[in-house]
Write a protein that binds this ligand. Structure first.
Ligand code: RB5
Length: 162
């Protein structure tokens, strides 16, 4: 799978480990920085990765900072992005199955190397459940357009997925 990955300084080593882990598993990983351990601002890298996913250059994005939280807050500002900060395997599975999350946000200061690797693997292998979850995901897109999700109609289901 084509993956865009990014981190800030707090997760620089964790990102390097994830890049080699994911490449080893056969994924095409585009490392969008940061490229040094020098202090930097996480929104700069959240933007790059979210942009790559929103534009279709990458199928999924992975963002790592100290907590995963600032990355998610930034990435979710972009249209079409559903970024989920996850601290458990259950949350990763649920956010793929129910929310069709396209960006996973992880906290290098909260999770072990093993957890970071296994959560990334789970994120890339768990399918979206569709069905009753599809209109709900469509409603997330509506909210992103400034529309009240409660105004969703079945015609919205035929609009291109975001
Ligand atoms: C950096 O100190 C830290 O604030 C950042 O990595 C992240 O946790 C923000 O959400």
């Amino acid at each position: 799978m084509k993956i865009a990955i990014g981190s800030d300084h707090a997760a620089f080593d964790a990102k390097a480990d994830l890049v080699s882990h994911l490449r080893g598993a056969g994924h095409e990983v585009s490392d969008l920085g940061t490229m040094t351990a020098e202090r930097c601002d996480y929104p700069d890298f959240a933007w790059k990765v979210a942009r790559a996913v929103a534009d279709g250059a990458a199928e999924r994005g992975i963002l790592v900072c100290g907590t995963g939280l600032g990355m998610a807050m930034t990435a979710n500002k972009l249209e079409g992005i559903r970024a989920a900060p996850c601290e458990s395997a259950e949350a990763v599975e649920m956010t793929r199955g129910h929310n069709d999350a396209n960006v996973l946000c992880l906290g290098a200061r909260l999770l072990t190397t093993e957890q970071l690797r296994s959560f990334a693997d789970l994120f890339l292998t768990t399918p979206f459940d569709g069905g009753r979850h599809a209109p709900r995901v469509a409603k997330i897109g509506l909210a992103g357009e400034g529309r009240d999700p409660a105004t969703w109609t079945p015609e919205d289901a035929t609009a291109p997925a975001r």
